[in-house]
Design a protein around this ligand. Structure first.
Ligand code: B12
Ligand code: SF4
Ligand code: SF4
Length: 316
């Protein structure tokens, strides 16, 4: 089915993906050891779902029998808007400013699979964006889209790391791209900039220390010594990506209008967030990635940041 490779890539771009590459399915030997060690060290925190389906995560043939290829795609979500400096506002990570990327990307990937099946009706495939037991970043790297940087996100040479990742696992043999190579060099800016020292060694992240984990995935009280370092981040964190020279040089605005920031997300008032009712939360964050924290999580985050602000004010 080599002849289909060019047509698939062409269609992916037509569907609005910024990058597409293809890798041969394989057992991820090195990554399976790294994932095991990451889990053994407890770096997944309370994300128990990361420990499930290990066999699937390390070999796509365990999600689709006879899988031959992984078609990896990336979609740019950068928008040319900056966070406010106002101390009374919270910061929301860029990826969550607009509509939920899972739905937008999955819909397009299904269309791509439909296109493939129109050409080759016997083809079988599975679509994944973030939530499945598939290592999105590893496949993006193997398919030549970009390398996994020291901050552990995939960086593309032409758009930086502000890209979402997704893939189709397919049972057709296609032509394969060369794996992306690492261009971090001797840089360590992300490691130095992380306020909680979550990048414990280059390329390894301890979620327990990461503001993104603490504000989105972690349930219950936020440890005070961590909240102290949030610097107004109330949903996710972009610090390690903001300082990356590849982003400073190559970020370019997305063309998907659904990723543009909702007005309420650019400079959200912390006090209003603290006081927000469940109904307000439901309406405001319908179809937004931010529904993941639920009302309790977002108000907790706003309260944690407000508490630190108040402590700082009373000590000045
Ligand atoms: C779990 C998870 C998280 C966790 C843990 C993050 C992590 N680094 O694993 C938390 C909640 C912290 C998180 C945060 C974020 N996430 Co997240 N997350 C995931 C998820 C679901 C799984 C990632 C995973 O498999 N982790 C397991 C560990 C083992 O993997 P790893 O860190 O990638 O480890 C690799 C390296 O450390 C390397 N390694 C280990 N040891 C060594 C040693 C050496 C020497 C070397 C070279 C390499 C190396 O090997 C490992 C395997 O390849 C993916 C979606 C998916 N299904 O893949 C999204 C995903 C990675 N997240 C994403 C995003 C956008 C984010 C945030 C930017 C959101 C935000 N703004 O707040 C932050 C970024 C934080 C950061 N600095 O990484 C995107 C990243 C897109 C991109 N360009 O890479 C993904 C791919 C979702 C998507 N489909 O778009 N996330
Ligand atoms: S997302 Fe924030 S807390 Fe997490 S590693 Fe990057 S800079 Fe550190
Ligand atoms: S800041 Fe430097 S070390 Fe970190 S990911 Fe970017 S290039 Fe790599």
């Amino acid at each position: 089915m080599y002849y289909l490779t060019g047509e698939i890539k062409h269609k992916a771009i037509e569907l609005g993906f910024n990058k597409v590459g293809i890798a041969r399915t394989d057992f991820l030997e090195k990554e399976s050891q790294q994932l095991s060690e990451w889990l053994a060290r407890g770096y997944h925190g309370t994300m128990e779902w990361m420990a499930r389906n290990f066999e699937k995560r390390v070999d796509p043939r365990n999600v689709l029998q006879d899988a031959k290829s992984v078609i990896a795609v990336a979609m740019n979500y950068y928008t040319n808007v900056q966070h406010s400096d106002d101390e009374l506002t919270g910061k929301i990570s860029r990826y969550a400013w607009g509509d939920d990327y899972h739905d937008i990307m999955a819909e397009r990937l299904w269309k791509l699979l439909e296109f493939i099946q129109n050409q080759e009706p016997s083809a079988k495939g599975k679509v994944y964006v973030d939530t499945g037991p598939i290592m999105d970043k590893v496949w993006a790297q193997r398919a030549g889209i970009g390398w996994i940087g020291k901050h552990t996100n995939v960086i593309t040479q032409d758009l930086g790391s502000w890209v979402f990742l997704g893939e189709i696992i397919l049972d057709l043999e296609l032509e394969y791209d060369a794996e992306a190579t690492d261009h971090c060099g001797s840089c360590t800016l992300c490691i130095e900039a992380c306020p909680t020292q979550a990048i414990v060694v280059p390329y390894v992240l301890d979620s327990n220390r990461c503001i993104s984990y603490l504000t989105i995935e972690h349930k219950g009280k936020i440890p005070e010594e961590m909240a102290d370092k949030f610097d107004r981040w109330i949903y996710g964190c972009d610090i390690c990506q903001d300082v990356c020279p590849w982003n400073q040089k190559f970020s370019s605005p997305a063309d998907v209008k659904e990723f543009f920031p909702r007005e309420c997300n650019i400079a959200p008032n912390l006090h209003e967030l603290e006081e927000m009712t469940e109904d307000e939360f439901r309406i405001k964050y319908r179809n937004s990635p931010m529904k993941r924290t639920k009302h309790a999580g977002l108000t907790r985050n706003a309260k944690a940041v407000m508490a630190i602000n108040t402590t700082l004010e009373s000590t000045i």
